[in-house]
Design a protein around this ligand. Structure first.
Ligand code: 26A
Length: 346
């Protein structure tokens, strides 16, 4: 491992995005929701979608994987060599593309390599301002906890000042997430997660509930909060009520927990467990539809901006603002990417 502080250590599913524009026909053919994220296994009969879209569209290949996107976006605002990312990839061309994209943007790829399984990919179907994500995890779900005991990762996690795990990782990686969470707890280091998609709080409630007690920061959006409410018996509670529940969920840390709920173009809510009645609301800059290229990765960019700013010691108010700026920048670009040369968003 080369030098660097690697203050942020993120973990998730490294995926290569295969992005298709004007994909209405494919959405219809496979009966997919316009704005959703699913695993291919959740929808039998969808297996051919990757071959299908490569034949039918001019595919734009981009580095994806929600937590990996956020880590790259955090790096955007941080000094060089501030971020490292853990995940499992295959030994193939897709993995090469992911490493190259991370390297270009200064994110250190601390990948585990699985020699027998291809790198994961995600079909991204763009229709207007919506994006539908269909993921084949491949090597990403072969991540094993022993990667966390390699000397490189031990060192990374010892020096980390902030941890971030994608909720998506909980579909297979609970054990590894808990190992990281416990290391964070031992070192009194902030540990954050993202709810990632409605199906995580819906179908992976038990996993989520095991990880929440270690968290000092939880980021999600309104549809994920709704799914959380449904699986936690909070029917009838509004968004603030759900955010309060997450903030007040059992904690093993001695720090307050911050909960951030975004709502697309509507205001972002922030609530802290030590003052749950003081809900903060932050307006989002309006973007005219002619400036929107696509919304793939906007939520990840927001999260990355928040993480980067917090690591720089900014207040939560400032961090949300940086998150909003990166979210807006991302929707003006194709896929989960930001502007280069860099713009100052601090
Ligand atoms: C387990 N699943 C379904 C996933 C994902 C995912 N990242 C991790 N795990 N499904 C989609 N993504 C990524 O989300 C980004 C947009 O927020 C896509 O790769 C896309 O870049």
């Amino acid at each position: 491992m080369v030098g660097g502080n690697y203050e942020l250590v993120a973990m998730g599913n490294p995926l290569l995005d295969m992005q298709a524009r004007n994909a209405e026909a494919t959405l219809k053919k496979y009966d997919l929701k316009a704005n959703d994220a699913i695993l291919i296994e959740q929808k039998p009969g969808t297996e051919a979608i990757y071959d299908d879209i490569t034949k039918e569209y001019d595919i734009h290949y981009l580095a994806g994987g929600a937590a990996q996107n956020s880590a790259r976006c955090a790096q955007y605002v941080l000094p060089p060599k501030s971020t490292a990312y853990l995940g499992s990839v295959g030994e193939d061309d897709l993995a090469k593309q992911l490493r190259a994209a991370n390297e270009k943007e200064g994110l250190h790829s601390a990948y585990q390599v699985n020699k027998t399984t291809p790198t994961g990919c995600c079909a991204v179907l763009i229709t207007g301002e919506h994006r539908s994500l269909v993921t084949r995890l491949g090597a990403a779900e072969k991540f094993t906890p022993d990667h966390l005991s390699t000397s490189e990762v031990e060192k990374l996690t010892q020096n980390a000042k902030f941890f971030y795990v994608g909720g998506f990782f909980l579909t297979h990686g609970l054990e590894s997430t808990l190992i990281l969470a416990k290391r964070a707890l031992e070192r009194q280091t902030p540990f954050s997660i993202n709810l990632s998609a409605p199906f995580i709080p819906q179908f992976f409630k038990d996993q989520l509930d095991q990880v929440l007690p270690y968290t000092t920061l939880v980021i999600g959006n309104e549809s994920e909060a709704e799914a959380y409410a449904a699986s936690h018996g909070l029917d009838g509670k509004d968004l603030v009520g759900v955010a309060k529940h997450i903030a007040q969920f059992e904690s093993k840390t001695n720090k307050p927990r911050t909960v951030i709920i975004t709502q697309g173009a509507e205001e972002t809510l922030v609530l802290q467990s030590d003052k749950v009645d003081n809900v903060k609301r932050y307006p989002v800059q309006k973007v005219s539809s002619d400036k929107i290229v696509d919304t793939n990765g906007a939520g990840d960019a927001f999260a990355g901006g928040v993480l980067g700013a917090l690591i720089l010691g900014k207040s939560i108010d400032e961090a949300v603002e940086v998150g909003h700026k990166l979210g807006v920048m991302c929707i003006g670009q194709s896929g989960p990417s930001l502007k280069f040369p860099k713009e100052n968003v601090l």
